[in-house]
Design a binder for this molecule. Structure first.
Ligand SMILES: Cc1cc2nc3c(=O)[nH]c(=O)nc-3n(C[C@H](O)[C@H](O)[C@H](O)COP(=O)(O)OP(=O)(O)OC[C@H]3O[C@@H](n4cnc5c(N)ncnc54)[C@H](O)[C@@H]3O)c2cc1C
Length: 223
């Protein structure tokens, strides 16, 4: 496994949003992002109301020891300003606090013998928002190929392996860390500029759609 040098942490609450609009009139939740070089916090929103992404040279924590993970996070956000001290406080109180690294495992095959891996176990996802979709596609393709091969499991698994190679490419190449937490003020500005310009934002959405739309997956008859 290769570490990508970035880490992320989540906590549910309490969320220090006093004085901020947290919901649009149409009911949509509003999230606020704040960057300093190599660091991002996102406050509010519908999913992870206290979210941190940051770059770190050393994974200076123990995976089985949550207090050490909180200390690791706090060391990297010490004195950052804005509402970050309150967000860190929320992490201290939250029993669901979660911290992990962005890392990559290069999978050369999803099957061996009678065993097939699918979802996170197979595709080596990192942070990117495509893990659930890929897991569902993988389950569909595996089931479809097993039915289509009528008991010839070796043929079914070979076909599953081949078909999933392209849709899972994004999991082998993406790294959201430098995009979410750019290393310099200049790069933060550039990223924000890209988001603020409709044409660039539309191109990015189109690229994401192209990744998410996989025409090579057949329609299986599951009978
Ligand atoms: C914080 C966070 C945010 C995420 N946000 C998004 C997002 O916005 N969009 C998105 O698409 N994806 C997101 N993901 C990724 C997404 O959750 C995963 O890609 C997806 O859940 C993978 O599905 P899966 O079935 O492969 O694995 P899982 O959902 O992890 O399911 C594996 C199951 O196996 C169980 N299990 C493990 N070991 C054993 C055992 N020995 N015996 C029996 N059961 C066992 C586990 O308890 C678990 O229920 C996020 C992940 C995390 C951690």
């Amino acid at each position: 496994m290769t570490t990508l040098g970035h880490y992320y942490a989540l906590a549910s609450g309490p969320v220090p949003t006093a004085g901020l609009e947290t919901r649009r009139p149409d009911g949509r939740a509003v999230a606020y992002a704040f960057n300093t070089p190599g660091r991002l916090v996102v406050l509010g929103g519908h999913k992870a109301p206290n979210l941190f992404v940051f770059k770190a040279e050393q994974p200076d924590y123990d995976r089985s020891d949550i207090p050490s993970q909180r200390r690791f996070l706090e060391a990297h956000f010490d004195g950052v300003g804005w509402r970050v001290a309150q967000m860190l406080e929320a992490c201290r109180e939250d029993p669901d606090f979660y911290l992990d690294e962005l890392a990559r495992t290069r999978m050369t095959s999803f099957t061996r013998g009678r065993v097939a891996l699918l979802g996170d176990a197979g595709y080596a996802n990192t942070l990117g928002g495509f893990g659930t979709g890929l897991a569902l596609i993988g389950a569909y393709v595996l089931a479809g190929e097993l039915v289509a091969a009528r008991g010839e499991h070796a043929a079914a698994l070979a076909s599953y392996n081949e078909r999933m190679r392209k849709p899972t490419k994004i999991a082998r190449s993406g790294n959201a860390g430098p995009f979410l937490a750019p290393p310099t003020h200049r790069r933060i500005k550039l990223r924000d500029w890209a988001f603020a310009h409709r044409l660039v934002a539309r191109t990015m959405i189109r690229a994401a759609d192209a990744f998410a739309t996989e025409a090579s997956i057949p329609t299986y008859s599951m009978r």
